[in-house]
Ligand binder design. Structure first.
Ligand code: KIV
Ligand code: NA
Length: 264
């Protein structure tokens, strides 16, 4: 049976860590799904790792849906969550519902994610949940606000800033979010939030006390040309890909590939 939003809440109760990764195309989505990842997120980080933008800001809803449809074809078991891109939901709960509705109907995703915990986002979360669209929340470093923060900086460092993030997380849970991403905040703050909430926290750069962890798959594989300090690479695919491509080039240039079949 495929993973459900309710199951993730049970995983937290049972103390079973949630494993999440991002995907932007069919091939990687299928590999992640077959490797028993719990949550596949079509993150708007694809703007940077798959499309070459400097930030997530330029990504459109149409681009998101295009990639999410490809990912959907590769995911059978994991829960599929799709990021709503910048300015596809911030305007109003109605705009959020329209955008989430398109993602839901056109891609077959089981949930959407929105950044932020201020009042308008809490309202939009409630609106989507009432309409039957599960929402994953996202607080701390919310990359769509990178220019507001003045860079990809850790958030919640002062007691006041930390308390504000905690209050946002509580409000998002009350609005009906089924889980929440905690990005680049101090580990003790992430621990406090994780203890306070019933819904699972999924951390990235938020220490070991979250109820799950997520990484951008290009970082995990050592495929990205830049990665944040809190990411960990479990392979060096840049090197492997470069070597394979160079070997092909060398063999073609030296007339070693293809080799003519010996005549019978
Ligand atoms: O876009 C993304 O990859 C994300 C994760 C880092 C949570 O939002
Ligand atoms: Na994102």
């Amino acid at each position: 049976m495929a993973i459900t939003t309710q199951q993730l809440i049970r995983f937290k109760k049972e103390g079973r860590p949630i494993v999440a990764l991002t995907a932007w195309d069919y091939l990687f989505a299928q590999l992640l799904d077959q490797a028993a990842i719990d949550v596949v997120l079509v993150g708007d980080s694809m703007a940077m790792v798959a499309l070459g933008y400097d930030t997530t800001i330029p990504l459109t809803l149409d681009e998101t849906i295009h990639h999410a449809k490809a990912v959907r074809r590769g995911v059978k078991q994991a829960l599929l969550v799709v990021d709503l891109p910048f300015l596809s939901y911030q305007e109003s709960p109605e705009q959020a519902l329209r955008s989430a509705g398109r993602v839901f109907k056109e891609t077959g995703a089981q949930a959407v994610k929105m950044e932020g915990g201020y009042e308008a986002i809490v309202e939009s979360t409630a609106r989507l949940v009432q309409a039957g669209i599960p929402v994953m929340a996202h607080v701390g470093l919310t990359p769509q606000s990178v220019h507001q923060f003045g860079g990809f900086r850790q958030q919640g460092k002062t007691p006041e800033a930390g308390d504000r993030i905690l209050q946002e997380a509580i409000a998002l849970e009350q609005a009906g979010a089924f889980s929440i991403i905690l990005e680049h905040i101090p580990a003790d703050l992430a621990q406090r939030i994780s203890q306070k909430l019933t819904i699972p926290t999924i951390g990235i750069g938020a220490g070991p006390h979250c109820n799950g962890q997520v990484l951008v798959t290009a970082d995990l594989l050592g495929l990205s040309n830049w990665q944040p300090p809190f990411a960990k690479s479990y392979a060096n695919l840049r090197e492997i890909v470069t070597e394979a491509v160079q070997s092909f080039g060398n063999e073609v240039r030296q007339h070693q590939f293809p080799i003519e079949k010996p005549q019978r």
